[in-house]
Design a protein around this ligand. Structure first.
Ligand SMILES: NC(=O)c1ccc[n+]([C@@H]2O[C@H](COP(=O)([O-])OP(=O)(O)OC[C@H]3O[C@@H](n4cnc5c(N)ncnc54)[C@H](OP(=O)(O)O)[C@@H]3O)[C@@H](O)[C@H]2O)c1
Length: 280
């Protein structure tokens, strides 16, 4: 099977490599992408088709794995190229956003499967760590592509939107609590009580010092991509009449962390207080 992959980032390239190792030909589009993406694609054994238009004309299946803020734009671009095949969105987006992506594709004459990836980029030599949740009428077709690979594809009951809902619920905890820890540690530091908090954590919450340091490293490296993911989680909550404020605040923490020049805890915590915001 020929499969298009937009675009080979850290996760997309690893998923593409799994598909190649399962015997599929995976096409990517170098137009508009940077050198790091080209290197990842080459290393993963993907074939450069040049442009999104070329991919849309050549493959029956397109897999969208990109930063969440780009998911709708990529679907529009593919639909605008006349794609009539099966489009899979495997991004960290709200169920409603996934349904909007599906509508763009279906309105243009294609079919749609919803996806959500949980776990680190898959490594063929070490399977069992990466799940690809899939929902919608076409979910089983996509699941079949990954048979025998390091991607554990799980077809879910429910319509398009269900797989995204799993991803949103999962990331609401992992990335939401990571942002909360950073905010808490910045508060304790601003109030001059960080040592007391760390001493109390050592007694009663011994995992939190290391977790907050890991949160700082992740926020500095990937926070730029998690801003939109937190916004999507906030929108997911609001769509079900739940408060979106937790994850709007988490988006703000990642927005601020993304300005951090170094990935260590001190630099990230220094980037968090915004005096201008306090005075309105
Ligand atoms: N990485 C993980 O561990 C992980 C885990 C679970 C789920 N996921 C999901 O996988 C998806 C992609 O994550 P990733 O880690 O692969 O991201 P990534 O490493 O940041 O790569 C993003 C890719 O998309 C391209 N891109 C960036 N901005 C774009 C834009 N505005 N329009 C079109 N393409 C754009 C980048 O190309 P250029 O930089 O060359 O422009 C790059 O090839 C996300 O939805 C994420 O939630 C990732």
């Amino acid at each position: 099977m020929d499969v298009g992959l937009l675009h080979p980032g850290e996760m997309g390239a690893a998923v593409g490599r799994c598909l190649c190792e399962a015997g599929h030909k995976v096409l990517w589009a170098s137009a508009g992408r940077g050198e790091a993406t080209a290197t990842r694609a080459r290393d993963a054994g993907l074939t450069d088709a040049g442009s999104v238009a070329a991919i849309s004309a050549r493959v029956p299946i397109v897999l969208s794995i990109c930063p969440p803020h780009a998911a709708l734009d990529i679907a529009r671009e593919v639909a605008g190229c006349g794609f009539r095949g099966l489009f899979v969105d495997a991004n960290a987006i709200a169920p409603a956003t996934a349904r909007s992506v599906g509508a763009v594709i279906v309105d243009a004459g294609g079919t749609f499967a919803d996806g959500g990836i949980i776990g680190p980029p898959p490594v063929p030599a070490s399977p069992g760590h990466t799940r690809l949740y899939l929902s919608g009428d076409q979910a089983a077709t996509i699941g079949g592509l990954f048979t025998g690979t390091a991607v554990d594809a799980r077809t879910m009951p429910g319509d398009a939107g269900a797989a995204s809902a799993v991803k949103m619920s999962y990331a609401a905890w992992t990335k939401g609590t990571a942002a909360l820890l950073l905010a808490i540690r910045a508060l304790a530091r601003a109030e001059g009580v960080e040592d007391a908090l760390l001493a109390e954590w050592a007694l009663s919450q011994p995992s939190l010092p290391a977790r907050s340091e890991q949160a700082a490293r992740s926020a500095a490296a990937k926070g730029w991509r998690w801003i939109a993911e937190m916004d999507e989680i906030a929108a997911s909550m609001a769509a079900d009449d739940l408060p979106g404020g937790f994850h709007q605040a988490a988006a703000d923490i990642y927005r601020r962390s993304a300005t951090s020049v170094r990935p260590d805890l001190d630099t990230v915590l220094a980037a968090l207080p915004h005096r201008a915001a306090r005075h309105g």
